[in-house]
Design a protein around this ligand. Structure first.
Ligand SMILES: *Cc1c(COP(=O)(O)O)cnc(C)c1O
Length: 380
């Protein structure tokens, strides 16, 4: 006899889980959806709706809560990048919308600062765009951006991401250049929440469309995203997005996911950030206290542009003779229970992130990290 559906769910959920102490990384299940989001998903599953109406109402509610003029819902922030590019190329032209990703005869170039290139940026190319890179990979000037604009230009990309801001043309300057040429600024701010002030910041700087992840700090359904912006550009985005027969049609977002996101955003914006930050700080202090005296190890709480909530950042001092963080990360994931931390080779930081750590997991994380670092420090 074959197992019933429910038995198979138990088999599936029986695969070795991970204690996620590394933050809302997609390959480690993103963030934990809020209870209110799960409840909203269940409720939404019991009814049918006209999805065009549902998408418009969900976007309106999200916009109102985050203080944006307009917003629409996407399949993750990555889905938002596809829709941004499609909107920039096709706007509200039904013929163009239906022809993408074929861009014959259309302006399809997106200007991007070379040092803003990042692992997901090829999503911008999915609707048939191509990049025009400016700057030398370290710096870029407003003059270089403006000189790249031609009649083939569809928009200018701006990335807001940890460890990425250095030496970029500031967004307000990009906006001034773009708008002088009738072009939109497409901002990817997927992982910049919290702080909640960022919900408005990039819009206030003049970005036409800003893509946020619904499945990171907001803790909505993992597959959701928000595209916030001006009413004009949000409407272009909506026309180019699911459920219409467009290049983004494969990026389906169920009514359950949209309802879950609306519920999560409501709780997210109504949460006291000072209280939340205090709680995260306390959690991270416990981690730091456990490891700070290990020879060769430096540990400190960081909370700044590169560390969106208080995180414990672990680095090596000159005295360190043990294995590198790749190896320590591997050991933590190979043991049982598996503990996932975020390894950032660029800055040499191993990060403990409190967002996903449950109350009963904190001590386990502290103990496992301490054990592995002590073993590594003594040449193990
Ligand atoms: C996480 C991230 C994305 C993707 O967001 P999803 O919601 O997972 O699709 C895109 N861009 C940046 C900069 C990110 O950090």
């Amino acid at each position: 006899m074959s197992a019933t559906g429910e038995q198979n769910v138990q088999i599936l959920l029986g695969i070795e889980p991970v204690i996620n102490a590394g933050g809302p990384n997609t390959k480690h299940s993103g963030s934990r959806p809020r209870d209110v989001a799960i409840r909203a998903m269940e409720e939404a599953s019991k009814k049918f709706f006209n999805i065009d109406e549902f998408v418009i109402e969900a976007g309106r509610l999200v916009a109102e809560m985050i203080g944006a003029e307009a917003a629409t819902i996407t399949s993750g922030a990555s889905g938002g990048l596809v829709v941004q590019a499609a909107a920039a190329i096709a706007r509200d032209d039904p013929d163009k919308i239906s022809r993408l990703p074929s861009t014959d005869g259309m302006a399809n170039e997106l200007i991007i600062q070379r040092h803003h290139r990042f692992i997901y940026d090829h999503l911008y190319l999915a609707p048939g765009a191509r990049f025009v890179e400016v700057g030398d990979g370290e710096t870029c000037t407003p003059e270089q951006v403006e000189a790249a604009i031609t009649e083939k230009t569809a928009g200018i990309i701006h990335l807001e991401s940890p460890f990425k801001d250095n030496m970029a043309v500031p967004q307000p300057v990009l906006v001034e250049i773009a708008h002088r040429h009738g072009l939109p600024v497409l901002c990817d701010a997927a992982s910049m929440l919290p702080p909640r002030s960022n919900l408005r910041k990039f819009l206030d700087e003049g970005a036409d469309l800003v893509s946020f992840s619904g499945g990171k700090g907001i803790r909505g359904p993992q597959s959701t995203g928000i595209l916030a912006g001006t009413p004009e550009w949000v409407e272009y985005a909506r026309l180019n997005n699911y459920p219409n027969a467009t290049v983004a049609r494969a990026q389906k977002i169920s009514k359950e996911e949209m309802a879950g996101l609306v519920a999560a955003v409501e709780e997210f914006v109504n949460t006291d950030e000072a209280e939340e930050t205090k709680r995260y700080r306390k959690m991270m202090q416990l981690i730091v206290d456990q490891i700070v005296e290990i020879p060769g190890i430096l540990a400190a709480i960081k909370h700044d542009r590169d560390h969106y909530i208080p995180q414990a950042a672990i680095t090596f001092s000159d005295e360190w003779r043990g294995p590198d963080f790749d190896e320590i990360h591997r050991r933590l994931m190979a043991a049982s229970p598996r503990v996932y931390l975020m390894n950032i080779p660029k800055t040499g930081e191993l990060i403990v992130d409190p967002l996903n750590i449950q109350e009963d997991e904190l001590e386990i994380v502290a103990e496992r990290v301490r054990e592995e670092l002590i073993k590594a420090a003594s040449g193990g």
